[in-house]
Design a protein around this ligand. Structure first.
Ligand code: SF4
Length: 330
């Protein structure tokens, strides 16, 4: 198949010889090409297990910023690859499947956001990392769910702020920091789906369980939660807690690492609204597979490309975030 055909598909579907030990082959390619594999907590377990580093969006950006590898393979979604590329323009950044998008990033098209920012020129623009590079390019500072509250708090109380694109995270930050940021009306299709009724039902079954929730969930879900935080925060809490049962209201991929670090504890994925499935998976995240990772390392394709002008602007608010996070010890 030609590169153009691969590009149309968004990934390489070259058949892989069944006799190949994929993990061994990926390890050899990684060494031979001086590549680093970064995986998000929402990736499927085998990708998390083979990665050099597994983390949340903040950690992925921090590792990208300090790697000496020539190639970064980002097992995550497109905007994460873009962030790595913007931070490291001279490196080759690969994602196993270019179709791995993000409903939250899609809920904030750059042209509409640029217009919105123009209409509110006196506002400081804070964008969640789950945005395209073009949105970051008109942003003053990027945040992740790990550092969002602290970064917002670093601005004076009367600062006029636009926060985009996640309205749930924005509402949560407003409630914690006692602000009234102007919110973009976007959301993540996974976190919006958690069912209050089903979580209440689960809590009846597991009365001692701690409810952990990501701030991208709706406020009605957050009200039920004992702990609200980023994936990294929820993981840390579960590890340190003396409790043994946890109901987890975020993408269920994080449970892989929770079970690895706390094999003796019980983690129950919070169910979505109208599904027969017991957990809540991001269909974009799950597009990446071990086979696609192998092919993308072997052929060094598909690569993430970001327009030079956009990258030059987008890197500024990302670097600001990295610098503040460093100062805050995050
Ligand atoms: S879980 Fe939601 S926010 Fe995260 S990548 Fe998937 S669609 Fe985007």
């Amino acid at each position: 198949m030609s590169k153009e055909e691969w590009l149309k598909k968004g990934f390489i579907d070259e058949p892989i010889d069944k006799s190949i030990d994929l993990k061994k082959a990926i390890n050899e390619l990684r060494k031979e090409k001086n590549a680093v594999i970064l995986a998000h907590y929402y990736q499927q377990g085998d990708l998390q297990d083979i990665a050099d580093y597994v983390g949340d969006s903040l950690a992925l950006a921090q590792w990208a910023a300090k790697t000496t590898a020539d190639i970064i393979v980002l097992c995550g979604v497109h905007f994460m690859g873009e962030t790595a590329k913007v931070i490291c323009p001279d490196k080759k950044v690969l994602v196993p499947d270019l179709n791995a998008g993000c409903s939250l990033a899609d809920s904030c098209p750059a042209d509409r956001f640029v217009q919105f920012v123009k209409e509110h020129s006196e506002y400081t623009v804070i964008s969640y990392v789950n945005t395209t590079a073009a949105v970051k390019a008109v942003t003053d500072i990027v945040v992740t769910s790990t550092n969002a509250c602290q970064i917002v708090e670093s601005f004076p109380k009367d600062e006029k702020i636009i926060f985009g694109p996640d309205r749930n995270l924005g509402n949560y930050i407003n409630s914690i920091t006692n602000r009234n940021m102007l919110l973009w009306d976007g959301a993540c299709h996974v976190h919006e789906q958690f069912s209050v009724e089903k979580i209440v039902e689960l809590k009846k079954q597991y009365p001692n369980a701690v409810i952990l929730a990501h701030p991208e969930c709706k406020s009605v879900v957050l009200k039920l939660a004992d702990v609200v935080g980023s994936t990294a925060t929820l993981l840390k809490y579960a590890v340190k807690s003396d409790k043994n049962e946890f109901i987890v209201a975020t993408e269920s991929g994080i449970i892989h690492e929770m079970r690895k670090q706390c094999p003796q504890k019980t983690f129950i994925p919070a169910p979505p609204n109208d599904s027969t499935c017991a957990c809540n998976e991001c269909n974009f995240m799950r597009l990446n597979t071990l086979e696609k990772l192998y092919n993308c390392l072997k052929y060094e394709f598909p690569t993430i490309e970001v327009d030079e002008k956009i990258a030059k602007e987008a890197v500024k608010p990302i670097k600001k975030m990295l610098e503040i996070s460093r100062r805050l010890g995050l």
